[in-house]
Design a protein around this ligand. Structure first.
Ligand code: NAD
Length: 457
């Protein structure tokens, strides 16, 4: 990739942004509508791309990739006028006469980098926010899902000028070039290790970042939980996209008293969802590539497999697999699993689970199944995570009313709904003063100044 080409794209977007075109409400609304239509016109190709890249079914592609983006566009179109409005705030006595307000303004040129696991949604949803907030964007899809990345580029090229939105394909080399440019905002979704690279590159230009990262999201199932409900929801949320979901339950902590019945029921639901042999299911997603297939297969070595465990490298297939009580020092409990392997660890007391979670990096999501109110309060007040969902998994990210993001090792910044707009917006504080000044504000100061005595009160 030619470095000059990238800096020219960057420069043309800066110029276009400073022309002011992207800031107009009707421009923003028209572009969002164009994106919506572009997605719907290419819907069939999106299904085909996801099938080739991940063996994802049409229905799962609609729900987890297309619908999420359409919902974000709908929200922005409905709320944009209000979101863009400057809003008045109070002016303190010392600054009176005067008026104060907060003016939402776009950052300018933004860079959005995405991973391969939800390759359409995780690039397009932040883009919707960047557009709604009035920015220009360079998009860097993942090199691991070339078919989906190609369709994304097609949709963007057919609908937008490169000085407004441009897709740059490529891997580490291209991303590194892009990261050298002084973008006004970087929105990165990916692993914590690459997040650190992105943040240090951004630091050189003092560019603000959102880092949507991953990690190990625990799921606690307490003895008073509705076991049937917990098993069904865990089996769904863990094996959706074959566990290649940043907020999939990474491992289960379960009360010893109900451990066997929970695992039996999870196994039951795996079969109900994907049949006796998941390799024959059209609804079961496969592993993205051989590197990840081999990594995931190695997690199962020398473990007590209680369900699943079979693999097929030719089809990049790994069966939904349950492992009982792995050592907490084993790789499956040390690394983010990001695949269809589910360790189940038994505890005597819920405090053990909470202690373990607190000793480890702050997760992106934390799940708790219980019917007891004290347990709910105890866990959410004594653990630290990006988000939490009680008596379900994944559902907390399906609403535009709850901001989504990590904390610590799982990231920084949030998006979805209003938070997506906020993320790509700089809230500029503006004060306009009247002509009157308090004399005491200017030197030479008097020791017993009235203003100092007043402010001390
Ligand atoms: P990744 O970090 O390897 O790659 C993400 C992006 O960074 C890709 O576009 C890739 O081309 C680029 N990249 C990779 N190495 C780079 C380098 N050295 N320098 C510059 N750019 C580089 O992540 P992935 O494997 O694509 O995705 C899996 C990870 O993403 C998991 O950790 C998962 O939890 C996380 N994730 C987080 C969210 C979230 O919303 N928080 C969503 C999905 C995935």
């Amino acid at each position: 990739m030619d470095k000059n080409y990238l800096s020219e794209i960057f420069k043309s977007q800066k110029d276009y942004f400073y022309s002011g075109t992207t800031k107009d409400l009707s421009f923003r609304l028209n572009q969002l509508e164009k994106l919506r239509k572009g997605i719907l016109q290419n819907e069939q190709l999106i299904y085909e791309g996801l099938k080739k890249d991940l063996h994802k079914s049409r229905e799962e592609t609609f729900l987890t990739e297309i619908y999420m983006v359409l919902a974000e566009i709908k929200y922005m179109k409905k709320n944009l006028k209000n979101l863009m409005k400057p809003h008045k705030v109070k002016t303190p006595l010392v600054a009176k006469p005067g008026k104060s307000f907060i003016y939402p303004e776009p950052y300018g040129s933004t860079l959005i980098i995405s991973p391969w696991n939800y390759p359409f949604q995780l690039l397009m949803s932040p883009l919707v926010g960047a557009m709604a907030a009035g920015n220009c964007s360079v998009l860097k899809p993942s090199e691991y899902c070339p078919n989906t990345s190609e369709i994304i580029e097609k949709i963007i090229e057919e609908n937008f000028s490169p000085k407004y939105i441009k897709v740059i394909q490529g891997g580490i080399e291209e991303t590194s070039y892009l990261l050298e440019q002084p973008f006004d905002y970087i929105f990165f979704t990916g692993s914590p290790s690459v997040g650190k690279i992105v943040m240090s590159a951004a630091a050189k230009n003092l560019t603000p970042v959102t880092l949507e990262l991953g990690g190990k999201s625990p799921c606690i199932v307490e003895k008073d939980a509705d076991i049937e409900l917990a098993a069904k929801r865990i089996a769904w949320g863990k094996f959706l996209n074959s566990g290649q979901t940043c907020i999939a339950p990474d491992y289960i902590f379960v009360s010893k008293e109900i451990s066997d019945s929970l695992t039996e029921k999870i196994t039951h639901y795996i079969k109900e969802f994907y049949g006796e042999d998941a390799s024959l299911s059209e609804n079961y997603v496969h592993i993205i590539n051989e590197k990840h297939f081999l990594r995931l297969s190695s997690y199962m070595e020398n473990q007590n497999i209680i369900s699943g465990g079979y693999t097929d490298i030719n089809n990049l297939f790994i069966a939904p697999t349950l492992i009982k009580n792995p050592s907490v020092d084993s790789p499956v409990m040390q690394e983010e699993i990001f695949g269809p392997v589910l360790p189940v660890i038994e505890y005597e007391n819920i405090q053990e689970a909470v202690n373990f979670i607190k000793k480890n990096p702050k997760p992106l999501a934390l799940y708790l199944f219980t019917q007891n109110e004290d347990n709910k309060t105890f866990v959410y007040k004594n653990t630290y995570s990006g988000g939490m969902c009680i008596n379900d998994v994944l559902s907390h990210i399906t609403t535009e009313y709850l901001p989504f993001g990590g904390v610590g090792n799982s990231g920084m910044g949030q998006y979805h709904g209003k938070s997506t707009f906020d993320t790509f917006t700089h809230y500029k504080s503006i004060m306009e003063r009247g002509k009157f000044d308090i004399k005491a504000k200017f030197p030479p100061y008097k020791k017993t100044s009235f203003i100092i005595r007043f402010l001390k009160k």
